[in-house]
Design a protein around this ligand. Structure first.
Ligand code: PHB
Length: 395
């Protein structure tokens, strides 16, 4: 073959290959994949169920195309096991080429993925896990749930102002529980109260009975509790059986213990429990009324809990970022857009703090009451625009 013909044949082939590559790149660009990793099985499956329903609701309400890009939600179950979360995240980054990672039902699951987010520069939206330090584990992590110090500090203030002088804390023995214990102890002491005993219980299948007997013997004015979403019923049952209320010990805690997913089945023992949290299904706003009714209609009458709102707002954050970049999916561009996001959620006004990438939101004071024959966390006040105090030097 004459050299010239050979060269042009080669360049034609090269051009063909380049076109193919460009076509597949264009195709890849048309779809934006969100890798959603949740515990859909195991003891924390209610978190997965709530977040999945909320994420799908957001997409159904807002369409599955943003800035010309088709949104594809890839859901995988990690069973609440960190090694699984990590393996799935890796596969989603390398093979699926996801533009975002999202979900993370428990703190250890978020910790496991943080190094991968950093390495691959993939914006990672924590929709559930709530240990303060999670957002410090990668500059690509943002959070739409809450932090335990954020939810706890207003309650310590409330307790001190409401004639509670002595408290025993009971928390699940891992990141968020330790954050809650420390935040309560420090803030309550600063307000003149005293934590007389700090009890930590195992996270998996805890038997609260012996711990609550210790609380009863210590005779504090109140017990402060943090248990992760899904565990509140077991705690309430033991609180009742041990007769703590009859012994004059009040129950206060973050709203995880009176989780809307299970509250209505707790019975009378829950009545009067005072909690602080960022979301109640009973939150009185037009945005929340619309959210609750659409959520129930889409999910067999399931009541949304605080996990659901974290999932709903997590997808809202992703949509806003894609709109801001006009559909461009480079991790750093998306991250920049996400860091300054601010919007109205069913829980009230929220924003991402550009310094910490953590959520800024109202923390509401609530009391469990019977409303129309159902138990709800009824709000009676709010601490407004609370940043995570876990990252400030005062805590
Ligand atoms: C967490 O593991 O970070 C976690 C899980 C459930 C909660 C709160 C925090 O309700």
């Amino acid at each position: 073959m004459p050299l010239i013909a050979f060269l042009s044949r080669r360049s034609m082939l090269a051009a063909g290959a380049a076109a193919l590559l460009a076509a597949s790149a264009a195709q890849a660009q048309e779809t934006v994949k969100i890798g959603l990793i949740l515990p859909m099985t195991g003891p924390f499956a209610s978190t997965g169920r709530q977040i999945e329903a909320a994420a799908k609701l957001y997409i159904a309400q807002n369409g599955d195309t943003v800035a010309g890009k088709k949104i594809q939600l890839l859901l995988q179950d990690d069973g609440g096991v960190a090694d699984q979360t990590k393996r799935i995240a890796q596969e989603m980054i390398v093979n699926q080429k996801v533009a975002f990672l999202a979900g993370f039902g428990l703190t250890p699951l978020a910790f496991a993925v943080a190094p991968l987010s950093t390495q691959a520069k993939v914006p990672t939206v924590v929709m559930a896990a709530a240990t303060s330090s999670i957002t410090e584990k990668s500059p690509y992590i943002l959070r739409t749930s809450f932090t335990l110090p954020q939810a706890t500090v207003p309650l310590a203030d409330w307790a001190a102002k409401n004639n509670i002088k002595t408290v025993v804390t009971v928390v699940a023995d891992y990141g968020p529980g330790i954050d809650a214990e420390n935040a309560f102890k420090t803030r309550f002491a600063a307000a003149g109260g005293q934590v007389t005993e700090a009890i930590r219980v195992p996270i998996a299948n805890p038997d609260f009975a012996p711990f609550l007997q210790r609380v009863k013997d210590a005779k504090p004015n109140a017990v402060f509790v943090f248990v992760p979403s899904g565990v509140g019923s077991a705690f309430m049952k033991q609180f009742k059986e041990r007769g703590l209320a009859e012994a004059g010990i009040r129950l206060i805690g973050t709203g995880d213990v009176t989780d809307d997913d299970i509250l209505n089945n707790m019975g009378e023992v829950a009545l009067g429990t005072i909690t602080t949290h960022h979301y109640s299904a009973a939150h009185d706003s037009p945005e929340n009324k619309a959210f609750v009714s659409a959520f129930k209609a889409a999910s067999k009458d399931m009541r949304p809990n605080f996990m659901a709102v974290g999932g709903y707002d997590g997808i809202a954050l992703i949509y806003q970022a894609l709109k801001a970049t006009n559909g461009a999916t480079g991790g750093d561009a998306l991250l920049a857009a996400m860091k300054t996001a601010k919007w109205m959620s069913p829980r009230g006004p929220i924003a991402i703090d550009p310094q910490t990438r953590d959520i800024v939101q109202n923390i509401y004071f609530r009391e469990v009451k019977s409303v129309g024959g159902e138990l709800y966390n009824v709000e009676f006040g709010a601490a407004e625009a609370v940043k995570d105090p876990g990252k400030s030097p005062t805590n």
